[in-house]
Design a protein around this ligand. Structure first.
Ligand SMILES: Cc1cc2nc3c(=O)[nH]c(=O)nc-3n(C[C@H](O)[C@H](O)[C@H](O)COP(=O)(O)O)c2cc1C
Length: 223
């Protein structure tokens, strides 16, 4: 697989087989991913790898909070745009495509909330990587660097036949992760990545999300 093929092949996987991912494989993926560039080689990332019983406890508590309507406490907000923007249009278009594949009717509140819960269950993945940064770097915004390592994780996982889904839903109750993973106060919880062997039969895993045409995104400045 060439690098371009890997980039084109990567896509969000939203259901996984229950087969565990070995710790050796997870370690290799992270070691490769850490070759990501970072400003002045600051490497402003840390990882918590959650599996087995710890993951089950976190999923249970996430769902309890979600069902109780507890407010989200994300430490880093990956989402937030105005309702009349192109970003909102793209979000709606994605949701429509997923709901169509999953046969979820707009009015079907039960199925919609089941879909929502899926993200807080890390899409049934057997392993979840939580990316942390150092709170002292807040002002220098280490998030470009975090994005590079995040993408590297998703690409490196492909080499092992693994799928991934980046999830901000998975870190919307950071207090749950803090409690079960003993995350120090000095660290900020940024994002989660679900990792596992894709369930290829799952309808939403067939989604090929759309992209804006390059011509609307690019200005060529030559002379
Ligand atoms: C920062 C970030 C947060 C995301 N959070 C979620 C999430 O909470 N739930 C989800 O289903 N997908 C989530 N995604 C996946 C995006 O929806 C997905 O990347 C996008 O629709 C493009 O599709 P693709 O990954 O299949 O190419 C997230 C992606 C990023 C980069």
């Amino acid at each position: 697989m060439t690098i371009s093929e890997a980039i084109r092949q990567r896509k969000s996987i939203r259901d996984f087989k229950p087969d565990p991912v070995s710790q050796d494989v997870l370690r290799e993926i992270l070691e490769t991913a850490c070759r990501a560039p970072s400003a002045m080689n600051t490497q402003p990332w840390k990882f918590v790898v959650v599996t087995r019983e710890a993951l089950e406890r976190i999923k249970r508590e996430n769902i309890e909070k979600l069902r109780a309507g507890e407010k989200f406490n994300s430490e880093y907000w990956a989402i937030g745009w105005s309702g009349d923007s192109v970003y909102q249009q793209r979000q709606v278009s994605l949701a429509k495509q997923i709901f169509q594949l999953m046969d979820i009717n707009r009015e079907d509140a039960k199925k919609r909330s089941e879909w929502m819960e899926r993200g807080f269950r890390y899409f049934n993945a057997p392993a979840v990587i939580i990316i942390l940064t150092d709170k002292m770097l807040k002002e220098s915004t280490p998030f470009l660097d975090i994005g590079a390592v995040m993408q590297n994780i998703c690409l490196a996982a492909l080499d092992y036949g693994l799928g991934t889904c980046i999830g901000d839903q998975g870190v919307m109750y950071p207090e749950v992760l803090r409690k079960h993973c003993d995350i120090p106060e000095s660290n900020m919880i940024v994002i989660s990545i679900a990792v596992g062997y894709p369930n290829h039969g799952f309808p939403a895993n067939k989604l090929q999300s759309s992209r804006e045409s390059l011509d609307t995104l690019t200005k060529w400045c030559n002379d």
